[in-house]
Write a protein that binds this ligand. Structure first.
Ligand code: FES
Length: 436
């Protein structure tokens, strides 16, 4: 179940920490967000160190479909609904800047970067699409209505934004990571103010960035209420009809399409982690119906942190932790939002103003209907009397038949059948009782 990026990535290995160390900024988590933060800080002359519990990009980053686009679902109408037009413009400007930064960096990196148009389609609701096109244009970003004729089925309409991009994420990340101060196989086991205890020594820091996908610091910030996790699935199909763009359904449970070379990456089958969904079965049924003579070149799944209002949490971790920062909740759009995170956090750490920091602030209001859903699901998980129980906060785990794992419906931790931790926010393996 490996992604297509894994087989031909130019891997770079890093040593584990060896003894104690001092640094100005400690970054915990070696996915794309942490690595971009380290890159930006190092380029600004800031002393920093990044620790990764396993190997860099061994978590969700290797499973992305790697679309570099500002079109995050029907984002404009969502932003206007939950924020105001000025804040919506700032969100888009942050994404445009991120796209420009990728274009600049990728000029010198062999990472299959290519410009592509981006589409968000609706199967049945043309009005929704027309409204989103109008919202984009009102916010100053050119978008147009399209019938999305490349898709193998009819749609009610699609929003098209030209000149977005796609790339090979691991070729890009390993190229930028190779000169960074990274320690692999160095798990942080305890965080204290100004000090991190790891499996290979202690690191004293002045500022801390937590970039562990789901934030691992439970005591502050209430992230276990402000986030939930969502799983989605990808089939890599060789010899399926090419789509010369990046397509995403506006519906949460819809499909996504992009090509990498002659391989179609078909995404979908999604569901909240720990609940039922279509998984690969749904994608395989779709492929059988719409394509002929294709071969399955790979299949994998990924996991995304979803916020209450569709905007990531990037900034100060919590009001009570002035020197701790977080980047999380990318809502399935981790590539551009990781670059936004690096932009915001490097400015905040250097005491510089950042034009869009306020929009992404983790301290913004939590008054949103999704909060009630998260609280309800967590309560049900806690009260369900079955075993095994999740080592994070004790919810009942559900067995995931498609992936042979134990998944937590409360906050999305996942464990292999032997109890090994796969996904945060739990930080420890699951202790399974041996059957007698
Ligand atoms: Fe929080 Fe399982 S992830 S209780």
């Amino acid at each position: 179940m490996k992604s297509v990026w894994v087989d031909n990535a130019p891997y770079v290995k890093f040593e584990a920490l060896d003894g104690n160390k001092n640094t100005d900024v400690l970054i915990v988590g070696g996915g794309i967000a942490g690595i971009l933060c380290a890159c930006k800080l190092k380029n600004a002359g800031v002393d920093c160190v990044l620790t990764e519990a396993a190997e860099i990009c061994s978590g969700v980053t290797k499973n992305t479909t790697a679309k570099i686009t500002l079109q995050h679902g029907l984002i404009c109408n969502n932003l206007i609904k939950h924020f105001d037009e000025d804040e919506a413009r700032l969100y888009l400007k942050a994404q445009i800047r991120a796209g420009e930064e990728y274009a600049r960096m990728c000029r010198n990196i062999d990472c299959d970067y290519e410009k592509k148009d981006s589409y968000v389609y609706s199967l049945h609701d043309r009005k929704k699409i027309e409204k989103e096109v109008a919202a984009f244009n009102k916010l100053g970003v050119k978008a147009e209505f399209s019938d999305a004729p490349e898709l193998p089925f009819a749609v009610a309409g699609a929003v098209r934004v030209k000149d977005q991009a796609q790339f090979h994420p691991l070729k890009f990340i390993f190229a930028i990571a190779k000169d960074l101060p990274i320690f692999e196989h160095t798990k942080v086991v305890e965080l204290q103010p100004g000090k991190a205890v790891t499996t290979h020594g202690e690191i004293r820091y002045k500022k801390l960035i937590i970039a562990t996908h789901f934030p691992i610091l439970n005591k502050h910030g209430g992230y276990f209420l402000k986030l939930y996790q969502h799983r989605s699935y990808v089939l890599a199909l060789q010899s399926a009809r090419n789509v010369d763009g990046m397509y995403v359904d506006e519906a949460d449970t819809g499909l996504s399409f992009r090509h990498y070379g002659d391989i179609l990456l078909l995404g979908g089958g999604g569901h909240r982690t720990g609940k039922q969904g279509g998984c690969w079965q749904e994608l395989e049924a779709f492929a059988k119906k719409h394509y002929e003579n294709y071969q399955i070149a790979g299949k994998w799944a990924t996991q995304d942190c979803m916020t209450l209002d569709g905007v990531p949490y990037i900034g100060q971790y919590a009001k009570a932790t002035p020197d701790v920062y977080v980047a999380t909740g990318f809502n399935k759009w981790g590539i551009t939002n990781s670059m936004v995170a690096a932009d915001i956090l490097s400015d905040l750490i250097q005491g510089k103003p950042n034009p869009w920091a306020e929009v992404f602030s983790p301290s913004r209001s939590v008054l949103h209907p999704q909060l009630a859903v998260n609280v309800f699901d967590s309560t049900v998980g806690l009260l369900t009397p079955t075993v095994p129980r999740c080592p994070h906060l004790g919810c009942a785990l559900k067995y995931n038949r498609a992936e042979h794992s134990w998944d937590c419906p409360c906050h999305g931790s996942r464990f292999a059948e032997n109890g090994e931790l796969i996904d945060n926010p739990a930080t420890d393996d699951l202790q399974l009782k041996k059957r007698v």
